[in-house]
Write a protein that binds this ligand. Sequence first.
Ligand SMILES: O=C(O)CCC(=O)C(=O)O
Length: 470
Amino acid sequence: MLAQDQIKHFVEKGWCGPLDIFSQSEVAYFKDCLETNSSIKEVDSQPMMMLYNNVLNINTSRDLHLFYKPIAEMFKSPKIVRLLNQLGEPNLLLWNTNVFCKMPGEGEIKWHQVYDSYDPSSYDPQKPALLYPEGEDFLNLTVWVALDDATLDNGCLRFANNTHYKKFQRLQVPAEEGMFAGVKNHKMVWQGRRQYSAVFDFNENEWEVEAVPARAGQVIIFTERVMHCSGANNSNQRRLAINARYVRPSVQIYPHRLQDDFIDENFHNIKRHFCMLVSGQDNFGINVIRDWNNLDDTEVEFHNMSNLVRFGHVELPQGKQQIEIDSLYQQVMEGDCPRAEPDPIQHPRKYIQWQAWNQHKGMSRCEAMKRYSQLISKLPRVDRQKKLPLSEQIKAWLVSYVAELLKIEPDEVDCTVPFERYALGSADAASLTGELGAWLERDLPATLFYNYPNIETLANHLASERPLVC
Ligand SMILES: O=C(O)CCC(=O)C(=O)O
């Protein structure tokens, strides 16, 4: 339970925490779910965590609780809901979650607040995601859970105390300067196809600002109205966190869906979105509320299997079997092949793909899902570590080598510090070159450490260099 001074802190400053809520084994369970259902993709030379929402059918870091049970369990947990009841009221809907993964080198999330209508990133919201009943006081509680340690170095949350009583003006800016532009997966979710985004007319020097580091498993609760942001990740460690947002059942979620408009302000189809009543009751009946999604076992199995493919966790076959897998996936997602027969001479590849899909004509979705799942379940699994982009694998290798050599912790190794500052002698450099070359299975020149003087530049160089094929 929250103590009186924690409640007072929340009322006065707009946030409270960090609170010890989840054990290390719970954190491991949540993280395993996210890591199994993601891959690290390099976008503009920057690693980014790629996630997929199997209920909304889009690549996104948002609303994963609609499909992934561990995430729903986390935010429905009485450990959290009891605290929210103390701050808000007994009736609460969980309507939104977001994963915030900041890989090393990712940028800041700028200062933002949500004051009345809900649309944090755009300048001119046509379609607010939330509609508050007239005259009702604002309640939009966020629970933010650290899944990795969030530190000053890797971009922990920062709050401007007391700002939740003031509405700051939103300013339109080009998309690349928007509040989420620094973090790749959020840029993708929030800015989608928009040319513009927003920032707030807010000067942090005029307010009391607090940075709030949190250990994995700790929770910070805040009102969406308080100005908050997070710094860039200047460390060599990932910073993974997830949040959930709760409102009263009197608030209409995606109000435009009542006019059969299922495209939200970020151009995502929310037809299958639903809310979860996590405490109390709903006396309004204006929202789609379910305990859990209505997918049957065959469909859940299909989605789990398709995630193994999507995130590269299985070794895909080549040739005919690969074409068969793709065609079954198309049959599930789109039904019978609607395309005209391509010319086999001019487009042989397209023709083979068309033929494979067209052979399933009339096959039910359920049957196609079963066949797809059967094929995928027999494929060999890929080691997760090996799926990191090469530059990250090399960086991790170098960090652990240097840490062992200097008898320090890996997170004390700064990838941007020159090797000479770590006092690596020429004998150390020679054996490092030899061992690194053996690991990468290529000959590396002795001058490597002079030309690429820190871990960052060396790893990027080696990852971009094509090994000579003899
Ligand atoms: O985790 C972060 O870096 C930002 C979180 C945030 O802005 C939010 O939860 O509203």
